[in-house]
Design a protein around this ligand. Structure first.
Ligand code: SF4
Ligand code: SF4
Length: 338
């Protein structure tokens, strides 16, 4: 992997140069407790000290709601909306979110490639940034505190400069076309990088033993844990919407008054909503909050290509109005807490 060093004194020139790759989106503090990826007009809007945004960057690739085609029944027509041409730079993405995007990439490109996802990914430029965990982060437990791939450039804060890992062809092009921004990495920079990684890893206070969790969840099928937390759950679905790895969606047909034309809409959906298990004929195969929360935690603790469906970002705990703590629930399943 190519590495370079970017002096912090060159930061504004660097961000300016990113503008050649599209509209710049970065974390912005939008209220006391909330950060959001927003389009940047001024460098001072960017807050790289953020811990997590409320809505993860998946919103740029799978939109919360979008028309996937319009139809005309009489004419047997269906028309896909034209692909957009917006190019975006996502600046300041943390490792957990990059790893979550890597899973989305598998879901939306492998079995049934999704053209909307593919086009947006192709037009994006992702710049990762290192972070400092808070009391809700546990990405070191889920193995997602380091992103090995899924970015163009990754900036690690090493004091007066950033240690920059280059992760893609577009990243290499950027380095090649902006040589004056970067210095060669020397041994002292490598040492600072390793030191920063060690310190970040040592600063986690929240952790979850992952070994065997999938089996333990299976064994806990009839556990009282699900009743305890099902009784607390408000069924709002926020935990799914803020989760960078949740990707379930609903598909609705909106038919116009002529009963002939309309559009098919795809939108994010939540397995924590009571209608999620409702099927034709009126049967609901997950009618209670107990069953829904058990289902969600089983999904999160299951492995996909040896990675859990949770990247340890802490969002579902931070933004749950019922204060249901993800790690606490899993620890009860493990038997670590009573
Ligand atoms: S955010 Fe909390 S209250 Fe809302 S559905 Fe999820 S667990 Fe239940
Ligand atoms: S389950 Fe919770 S902690 Fe895990 S990735 Fe989703 S929002 Fe983050």
């Amino acid at each position: 992997m190519l590495v370079k060093v970017l002096a912090k004194s060159s930061f504004s020139s660097f961000v300016g140069a990113l503008g050649d790759y599209g509209d710049l989106y970065a974390p912005v503090k939008t209220s006391e407790k909330v950060h959001s990826f927003k389009e940047i007009e001024s460098l001072t809007d960017i807050d790289l000290s953020y811990t997590r945004t409320m809505i993860p960057p998946k919103k740029f690739f799978i939109h919360p709601e979008e028309v996937i085609f319009e139809f005309n029944i009489d004419e047997e027509l269906y028309i896909e909306p034209p692909g957009g041409d917006e190019r975006i730079v996502l600046f300041g993405v943390h490792s957990c979110d990059i790893n979550a995007l890597n899973l989305l990439a598998k879901v939306f490109t492998e079995e049934l490639p999704d053209k909307y996802y593919l086009e947006r990914k192709e037009r994006s430029f992702i710049v990762g940034v290192s972070c400092v965990p808070d009391e809700y982060c546990f990405c070191h437990s889920t193995g997602t505190s380091y992103a090995q791939e899924g970015f163009e450039l990754f900036l690690h804060d090493i004091g007066d400069s950033y240690f920059v890992r280059v992760g893609s062809l577009k990243g290499h092009e950027f380095i090649a076309t902006h040589p004056s921004l970067f210095e060669a990495a020397e041994q002292s920079h490598y040492d600072s990088f390793k030191d920063a990684e060690r310190k970040m890893y040592a600063s986690f206070t929240n952790e979850l033993e992952m070994a065997g969790l999938q089996d333990l969840l299976d064994m806990a099928y009839e556990s009282e844990v699900w009743t305890e937390y099902g009784d607390k759950c408000l069924g709002c679905g926020s935990c799914n919407l803020v989760c960078p790895r949740c990707r379930c969606y609903d598909v609705e047909d909106h038919i116009n008054l002529d009963l002939n034309t309309g559009e098919r809409v795809r939108k994010w959906y939540s397995c924590m909503l009571s209608e999620h298990g409702l099927v034709a004929g009126g049967h609901n195969f997950r009618p209670t909050a107990r069953e829904r929360i058990r289902n969600r935690f089983n999904c999160k603790g299951s492995l996909r290509e040896d990675m859990p469906n949770c990247v340890g970002c802490g969002r579902c705990t931070v933004f749950c109005p019922a204060e249901i703590d993800y790690v606490e629930v899993m620890k009860k399943v493990r038997g670590d807490l009573k």
